[in-house]
Design a protein around this ligand. Structure first.
Ligand code: NAI
Ligand code: MG
Length: 323
């Protein structure tokens, strides 16, 4: 079956790392059709809109979208794009790769973050000169949906539910109850960890965790913390998954300090492309791409962010040669 992939480079090094990842995907000779769309600062300057309707529609209608990064307009691009693919879960792996200087080289975690509600659902008000409020939204349905996804994702393994239901009894209580109930129904083991305790425990001993299921804000903060454990944001991929659609993007931004020089590290985007392959059912090819990245990380060549002097093309070619 042919799959249609929307490709949105965006700004800065998005225009270097996305073509690199597409080259890797093309080298696999799968039945993938790539369709390009524009978004970001440059498009806003030219048209007044950071995310033109036709790019939104392109992502909404594609089987999957690969997105680079946008500069100043990042929020105006990425939030509607996540909405275009109707994503209810954000997948953020944090894995320490060989040859990379990690604080905790034994780290190998995946965060499954609720992606639609919590404190990010947009209900914030200024009530007076002295008072602002925020309404935290948690539904049983969104929590159950995340849990259903998690049960399938872990494929027979258990997962950790990270929350703060001892204080936010109604909201995180609802989240926790729904997730644990769905896991029980599927015969999936769960352990519960309070989110503040998790922050300490994951730093001291990341190996005690594998897959972490958590509400929106906790997932945002704790996955960035885990990124620190594996040596920073530079190598990290991510996915936003919806029912019929999904968006894959490196965690890093447009890197204006090196953009245009052809020296950006393409690996976070190539690993995002590997997640895309897995999502479309090409799990064997996905594993091969990840293994190729691991081999190149271990043996070189490397870009400057990893202490090497290779450019984007050399690293991309090395990954393709490995494949
Ligand atoms: P950044 O991730 O763009 O850069 C941080 C540092 O990491 C820089 O020194 C950069 O050179 C380096 N870096 C990042 N990715 C790299 C790669 N693939 N290879 C080699 N080095 C890499 O974050 P920063 O500087 O905070 O943001 C720059 C711009 O990117 C801002 O305009 C921001 O709004 C945007 N941004 C967009 C995101 C998105 O579209 N999803 C996410 C984060 C930032
Ligand atoms: Mg974040």
């Amino acid at each position: 079956m042919s799959h249609r992939i929307a490709v949105i480079e965006g700004d800065g090094i998005g225009q270097e790392v996305i073509p690199a990842a597409v080259e890797v995907l093309e080298s696999l000779d799968l039945d993938l059709e790539f369709v390009e769309g524009d978004a970001g600062d440059a498009v806003k300057e030219a048209t007044g809109e950071a995310l033109p309707q036709e790019t939104y529609d392109l992502a909404a209608d594609a089987d999957a979208t690969l997105f680079g990064a946008a500069g100043e307009t990042a929020a105006d691009v990425i939030l509607p794009l996540r909405d275009a693919v109707d994503s209810f879960v954000n997948i953020r792996p944090a894995k320490a790769y060989p040859g990379v200087n990690a604080v905790r080289p034994e780290t190998d975690l995946v965060f499954l973050r609720e992606n639609t509600e919590g404190v990010y659902s947009g209900h914030e008000d200024d009530l007076s000169d002295d008072l602002s409020t925020l309404t935290r939204v948690v539904t049983t349905s969104a929590s159950e949906k995340l849990a259903e996804f998690a049960c399938e994702y872990v494929d027979g393994e258990g997962f950790s539910v990270v929350h703060k239901a001892n204080v936010m009894r109604k909201t995180d209580g609802r989240f926790r109850d729904a997730v644990v109930r769905v896991a029980d129904d599927h015969g999936v083991d769960t352990d519960e960890v309070l989110m503040d305790a998790f922050a300490t425990r994951v730093c001291l001993d990341p190996e005690q965790f594998d897959t972490i299921v958590c509400p929106n804000l906790a997932g945002d903060v704790l996955s960035d913390l885990a990124a620190g454990l594996v040596g920073g944001l530079g190598l990290l991929p991510s996915a936003n998954i919806g029912d019929d659609n999904a968006l894959f993007e490196p965690v890093h931004g447009t890197a204006p300090d090196i953009a245009g020089e052809g020296v950006a590290n393409p690996m976070a985007t190539v690993l995002s492309a590997a997640m895309l392959l897995n999502h479309l059912g090409y799990s064997e090819e996905s594993d091969r791409v990840e293994t190729a990245v691991e081999t190149v990380l271990a043996e070189g060549p490397r870009t400057a962010d990893l202490g090497g002097d290779a450019d984007t093309d050399e690293v991309t070619q090395a990954i393709i040669d490995e494949l």
